[in-house]
Design a protein around this ligand. Structure first.
Ligand code: AMP
Length: 194
């Protein structure tokens, strides 16, 4: 199996690139943000719980997020060639839980691909994304919530990189450029491990 993590701040292009990589390498794309939004739309108890945090740009508690991710893995293992995780793990406990869950399935993370984009570019991109969308995400509409998401990334998520750097499974790529240019560099990094 190939199991990739697409890492980087909100608005760095993880969702777009994860979908393209999933197609190119026949991987199952798991976006915890998308899973939470789906639960919110269906007004499930999980969705209503997640909404309290998402609308402020805060992280949903680890036990809720890890439980949801674990269910998704159980559902898909055996059916796919691997996974691409987008927006997960976002904390050290999530990274440790992911290692254990994959180990139970006799697999592991192959590579973490980190997209680097600065705060002002991120804020501009997310506000543009909201303007272009017919149904914008509530957390994309307000600049202070976007900046809070970036701060949450710096304070709670950025350090997760060290977990994978220690295992020599971490590649940093420039997240500024065209979608195709960035995709080419991501694809080249994945081909290097094959
Ligand atoms: P995203 O679509 O990845 O930008 O995620 C949108 C929001 O969903 C985040 O701001 C968090 O509130 C929540 N979320 C998504 N993934 C996670 C995660 N791994 N841990 C905690 N909260 C998450």
């Amino acid at each position: 199996m190939i199991n990739l993590i697409l890492f980087g701040p909100p608005g760095s292009g993880k969702g777009t690139q994860a979908a393209k990589l999933a197609k190119a390498f026949n991987l199952y794309h798991i976006s915890t943000g998308d899973l939470f939004r789906h639960e919110m739309q269906n007004e499930t108890p999980l969705g209503l719980e997640a909404k309290k945090y998402m609308n402020k740009g805060e992280l949903v508690p680890d036990e809720v997020t890890i439980g949801m991710l674990s269910n998704k893995l159980d559902e898909q293992v055996g059916k796919v060639d691997g996974f691409i995780f987008d927006g997960f793990p976002r904390t050290q406990p999530q990274a440790e839980a992911l290692d254990k869950l994959l180990d139970l399935k006799n697999t592991a993370i192959s590579l973490v691909l980190a997209l680097e984009v600065g705060e002002d570019e991120i804020t501009k991109r997310i506000l543009d994304r909201a303007k272009q969308s017919e149904n914008p995400r509530p957390d994309d509409l307000d600049e202070s919530i976007i900046r809070n998401r970036f701060q949450v990334y710096l304070k709670q998520t950025a350090q997760v990189a060290d977990h994978y750097k220690q295992a020599d499974k971490f590649v940093t790529l420039d997240g500024i450029g065209s979608i195709d240019e960035i995709f080419d560099s991501l694809q080249a990094a994945v081909n290097d491990i094959k």
